[in-house]
Design a binder for this molecule. Sequence first.
Ligand code: NAD
Length: 290
Amino acid sequence: MKIGFIGLGNMGGPMARNLAAAGHEVEGFDTASVTVAGVSVRQSATDVATGADVVITMLPNGEILSRVAREVIPAMREGAVLLDCSTVDVETARAVAEDAAAAGLEALDAPVSGGIGGADKGTLTFMVGGQVTAFNTAKPLFDIMGQKAVHCGPAGNGQAAKICNNMILGATMIVTCEAFALADKLGLDRQAMFDVASTSSGQSWSLNTYCPAPGVGPQSPADNDYRPGFAAELMLKDLRLAEAAAEAADADTPLGTAARALYERFVEEEDGKGRDFSAMLPRFASRGRS
Ligand code: NAD
């Protein structure tokens, strides 16, 4: 396939590289000057969109995605697929899909889970909204960049799945960190706490796979002085998207709101910026109730 790839950052760079390594013809564009093995870097988004079978975007946010989509949609050939893998708000994803459909294109919102390591190794999970026909066209590409792709329904449902998942992740990470800090103060050894909770009803991905306590459980950013990993500011971005979606849908999400407020304080007023989202543990450990 001829693929245009826009946004060759921490995630997009390795994803584009894996597509090229699998034999696809990949042209890339990024506003920063970048080089990616096997990818011909061009001068504009329009350049890479012209004649492409699939245009993939991996951009920082919905505002930038809307701008790029307005530029590339008129340049794409009829029937081509616009595949956005960024994490953006549901409304933007649906608006981009509508604009694409009006221009005779197919569109998918396909945000990912698995982080930079997953992008590098080609083991991402894609959660996909949009037409089944477009999903089937993109499936061979998902199989190269990832280990799993789930079709979640019509346009926007991929983003809906992503922000609901990450709302669970943010809230479980916070409560896991709170519980470790409480255990410390109750005189309970962290290893004992892990051994019990990770095999009891307190288990979760945040505890079992990404344990926020250094030296306990599997290797995680906690063992690397809380260098990300998944940065606290990216978690904040996703929790804000979840809250905006909850407001728009009139959904009651009190723990999602509390998690958003806590990560906001951590990133904007405390020392959370640039640290992994599991660095909530030293934050709680150094505080009392007030
Ligand atoms: P990044 O900042 O490393 O990459 C974004 C790239 O887009 C940058 O290279 C930037 O120069 C480029 N860019 C910005 N504006 C552009 C434009 N108008 N035209 C072309 N290129 C432009 O970010 P990332 O970590 O690669 O994340 C990308 C997306 O993936 C985000 O939506 C993020 O939420 C999501 N995501 C990230 C992770 C992660 O662990 N990093 C995990 C899952 C999802």
